[in-house]
Write a protein that binds this ligand. Sequence first.
Ligand SMILES: Cc1ncc(COP(=O)(O)O)c(C=O)c1O
Length: 559
Amino acid sequence: MAPGITTVLDVRTPAARRQLAKTTVDLFRNLLLLLFIVRYSRVALTYLYGYGPIASAKMGYAALRKSLYRIFLSLPGVRGKVQAEIKQTLEELEKKLVPSGPGITRYTALPASGWGPEQVRAELEKLHEMKHTRWEDGRVSGAVYHGGKELQDLQMEAFGRFGVANPIHPDVFPGVRKMEAEVVAMVLGMFNAPADAAGVSTSGGSESIIMAVLSAREKARIERRVTKPEIILPETAHTAFRKAAAYFKITVHYVPCPGPTYKASLSHVSRLINSNTILLVGSAPNFPHGIIDDIPGLSRLALRRNIPLHVDCCLGSFLVPFLERAGYDTEPFDFRVKGVTSISCDTHKYGFAPKGNSTLLYRSAALRKYQYFISPDWSGGVYASPGIAGSRPGALIAGCWASMMSVGEAGYITSCHQIVGAAKKMAEGLRSRDTLRNDLRILGKPLVSVVAFTSDTLDIYNIADAMSGKGWHLNALQSPAAIHVAVTLPIVPVVDELLNDLEACVEEEREKQRQAVVEGKPKAKKGDAAALYGVAGALPDKTIVEDLAAGFLDCLYKA
Ligand SMILES: Cc1ncc(COP(=O)(O)O)c(C=O)c1O
């Protein structure tokens, strides 16, 4: 070849064609490899930076342990044994939950001809009287947010008048539309919402949270073209956020809430924010420990990075907005904190509305619009609904409106005083009674209705089981192992009784432990909560717990 003359690959020859194909494949492969490296190093860097090298290494180790444990569980001999244990546990659970035996009739088909009203009434009475934990005597933590008999009667009247009502037809039920709008307006006012704020009502706290997450995801998708959404969630935030993330395929980054404050760690939140972050979350207060997160701190981060911030006030509901006027300490939590863009508040908790009521508030109507569903070209007609549900019970809206109008501001301040006062009495008892002070430790500084406590010396789940033996239903918590009491109006008059029984249970457990040591048996016999949470805490992979929980749900539908 003459010097200075460049060769041009002659693609007409087979060798050159092969060479060209090889080069193209190589190029393509290298490109894929590069994309792979860029993608995964970005994920790795997000984790390394967000969680720090030690926590990232721990997470890697936990994931490895989990995989190995899962393989171990699937080994033929092990799998059979585990399945047999799960089956046995579920059979025992079914015996407890599903009544059977003589005297129990199961109705699994329609009666051939309908019952008369007296027969229906008599059966309803029997169902109502089935043996249960006595919430009526204040034995149940949370769960029943009862506003008193008179209020309940009024709610029944509201149900009677609006039993067939459905807000999906505002022209047919204009009264329900008006009441729903007014419920939302009143709650917006309680949370110091700005003039442009807007809200919706929903069936409960979980739905409010799910819709808030959907709205944030849609906002990020439309305004910032985020296709791989992520939320940053304090570990103590309600699990409805995890549910929303599972439904909407959103990655969750968990933020620790370490003692002594048990508030979400702001430095972790800050490090985890990235271009895919669609929402920050804080609770006022959270379910496990009843702690109000540092909402102004979260707000500063949200404003700096221009990301929405949701405050979950589902539990705080009609207590937190009235703390100050009831004469108690409070912390900033509402729309007066500039970065707060949405708030969930359950009217069916301390608002004393009938179950099936909650509200979701947005700083602006534009944010609310992101949760709307509109189907303009459906053959059934143009369809538009604010949230997940289609038809909704107008009777519940009427019950909610009637409750709020009946209790009024002064009534809610009084109930806040009673409930939070009782929670403070409970906390004081834990701190001042010698038997309790020596073995139990309150988590953080609760300002509202929940008091959570753990033990550094005794098995707290055994104490929860012993309390169940005395007819109390307290909530068992995990990470850290603890129990909590969410004070409601029925609990207010029995706080001393609760503390006395707790003292007896702590003394009993201490004695059992002492006996076990004397007899050389390090572990005392475990009850239900101790067995479940003891096992759950020790397992690196939770599939067994998931199987048990799914079996529990199956049980709920056994007629
Ligand atoms: C802090 C908090 N958020 C959300 C929820 C969910 O509410 P619901 O059970 O009404 O769905 C709860 C329920 O206890 C809660 O405590």
